[in-house]
Design a protein around this ligand. Structure first.
Ligand SMILES: *Cc1c(COP(=O)(O)O)cnc(C)c1O
Ligand code: SF4
Length: 363
């Protein structure tokens, strides 16, 4: 694969600053050392690179532990693959009846209309599938995907993901939403996106309008991992969505060296709630290739969640989840607060470790 990747044709032409998409671009922007070029090129040969102007602007190049840089600037650690890491860590493949659809759960499907993103997260769970060259469903493929949804009346929710669906033009998004709107059993269209944070200027009034159907309800799941991503520009983009009546949830990936401490998680979830985004999932890092340096242990993740539970508002508590490798779905990893006491009642453990007897008084 070439290093200097071609601009995907689906990006609207405009005069905004283009993302950094090459190793030399990272060096020129001061985000990587020239000495690192050969390594960067080796990483970029396997995994796509893109850093938007918005994200590059948040990086402090003098901070070797910058949490934004760590998410988007490649490192040699990505060349290290452990034996348990997988090409398809969450097992989308076996559940894909037609191109672009993943139907793993009864009442909802993923619709992957596009496989490119404005940024490429170094820990991406679909890193083998996303990137330039694997761009988007063509007209006939999209027709077939929508025909599948129309033919399956158990599908109540369609989750547009990818890639990042909000990289599509408002015209194309409106076309997809309108076609889903016309399928009576579809009640919800959900957008999984990082755009309001990583490329907030894309959230124009036209784009916001395109997300809303006449009949279906639109929800948006924002991927954000660190409070520093939520600067004024990002919060303004989020406000445009919420003000338009689109409810926002967030998903955060637990990332070593980015957000794996109580202070950062607390500040991140509070910043989301203050921006009117309800923290929904905290993901255990998936077993994607070359991402071992980002993973924390489940024990550590549970301890972090337990620490939040006692001291931080309930609005700021996402569910900590694991996507079981092989396509078996997401399960909560949250610590168990409840155990049978062996005598028909329960022992409940409070967030500080105190144990309390609880007997159910039911008739
Ligand atoms: C994560 C995921 C969903 C959405 O699951 P929710 O728990 O509803 O957020 C749906 N389908 C697939 C294949 C998924 O991986
Ligand atoms: S935005 Fe999502 S799909 Fe795109 S690179 Fe990041 S994690 Fe992967």
């Amino acid at each position: 694969m070439a290093i200097a990747v071609r601009q995907p044709s689906i990006l609207p032409a405009n005069d905004r600053k283009q993302p950094i998409r090459s190793s030399s671009g990272l060096v020129e922007a001061g985000l990587a050392d020239a000495a690192a070029l050969p390594m960067l090129e080796r990483v970029a040969a396997s995994f796509a690179v893109s850093v938007t102007d918005q994200m590059a602007g948040l990086i402090d190049p003098t901070d070797p532990h910058d949490p934004v840089a760590r998410q988007f600037v490649p490192t040699g650690d990505e060349l290290v693959t452990t034996p348990g890491e997988l090409d398809d860590p969450i097992g989308d493949g076996p559940y894909s009846p037609v191109k672009g659809i993943v139907h793993r759960y009864h009442d909802r499907v993923l619709l992957k209309a596009v496989n490119v993103c404005p940024v490429y997260c170094r820990f991406c769970f679909r890193r083998e599938m996303v990137g330039p060259g694997s761009e988007t469903l063509d007209g006939a493929e999209l027709d077939a995907a929508i025909a599948y949804i129309a033919a399956h009346d158990e599908v109540w929710e369609v989750i547009l993901t990818g890639g990042d669906p909000l990289i599509l033009s408002p015209r194309r998004l409106a076309d997809i939403v309108t076609r889903l709107d016309a399928i009576p059993h579809v009640g919800i269209v959900r957008f999984h996106t990082r755009v309001p944070v990583v490329d907030p200027d894309r959230v124009t009034p036209e784009l916001v309008a395109a997300l809303k159907g006449r009949r279906v309800t639109s929800w948006l799941m924002l991927h954000a991992n660190h409070w520093r991503e939520l600067n004024d520009t990002a919060r303004a983009a989020i406000a445009r969505l919420v003000d338009a009546g689109i409810p926002l949830l967030s998903q955060t990936v637990l990332l070593k060296g980015v957000n794996d401490d109580v202070e950062t998680l607390t500040r991140t979830f509070r910043a989301l709630v203050q921006a009117r985004v309800k923290p929904h999932y905290l993901h255990q890092g998936d077993l994607a290739k070359g991402t071992g340096h980002f993973r924390t242990t489940i024990q550590r993740g549970r301890a972090l969640m337990k620490a939040l539970r006692g001291d931080v508002s309930g609005l700021c508590q996402p569910t900590y989840v694991l996507d079981i490798p092989g396509g078996h779905g997401k399960v909560p990893l949250t610590a168990d607060y409840l155990a049978p006491d062996g005598d028909g009642g329960w022992t409940v453990t409070d967030p500080r470790g105190g144990r309390h007897a609880y007997s159910e008084e039911v008739e």
